[in-house]
Design a binder for this molecule. Sequence first.
Ligand SMILES: C[S@@+](CC[C@H](N)C(=O)[O-])C[C@H]1O[C@@H](n2cnc3c(N)ncnc32)[C@H](O)[C@@H]1O
Length: 234
Amino acid sequence: MRLNDPELVAREYASERGLEGRRAAYRYGVGPDPREMAFEAVAEAEPRRVLEVGPGPGELSERIQRDLRADVVALDISERMVELTQARGVEAVVGDVQQLPFPDGSFDCSVAAWMLYHVPDVVRGISELARVLRPGGRLVAVTNGADHWQGLSELVGFERHESCFSAENGEELLRRRFARVERRDATGWIDFPDRAAAQAFVDSTILLEGDLPVFEGPLRVRRSPYVFVADEPL
Ligand SMILES: C[S@@+](CC[C@H](N)C(=O)[O-])C[C@H]1O[C@@H](n2cnc3c(N)ncnc32)[C@H](O)[C@@H]1O
């Protein structure tokens, strides 16, 4: 199973159920909050016009619009995610990051949080995100590292394929289209309080499957998000 298989992406995001199940684990997070770090990276750019691609239900878009008073447009391949984002009062359209329906230089900042690993032609997706930025603009892209979920993945079935946009290969891909690229470490832990909480998480993921072995007490799992900040599109 590849994360950038269009059929898998269409199935997974037809509803918010799986995504919300995975996000529930944030309440057990220990360490930096990557969502906060992504917001801060956008805020640093003091943008007036922001594009978020793959916003999911749209919380980050809504926050950027409200707290930074920026004009935000969100674009997602899933009709349901567009509907949820619009319900937050954010302008949102159905579309594909591989072919953005915006003229060159339309935005000060673009955001792609945990979505580039779903894109079949990620080089093209990044090119599009660079194209729609004004000179000197910024892309903020969040993804995970190879040891994400270590401590849990060994306990259940896990089909690991190399991700097309990961903490390990992201910098090289972004440097093709941006003059400056910085990788910010947001790694930490997920401290599941018990087996039931860890199992609920496994059941919500795309890549992990099966039943955890019976165990008592908490389970500590690695969490490896990184925030890429790419400036000055080439
Ligand atoms: C893992 S979710 C991330 C949601 C949100 N950014 C977050 O941080 O929780 C991936 C999102 O990217 C969207 N997506 C996947 N492929 C896409 C594409 N080619 N173009 C636009 N959106 C896409 C999905 O529909 C989904 O909403």
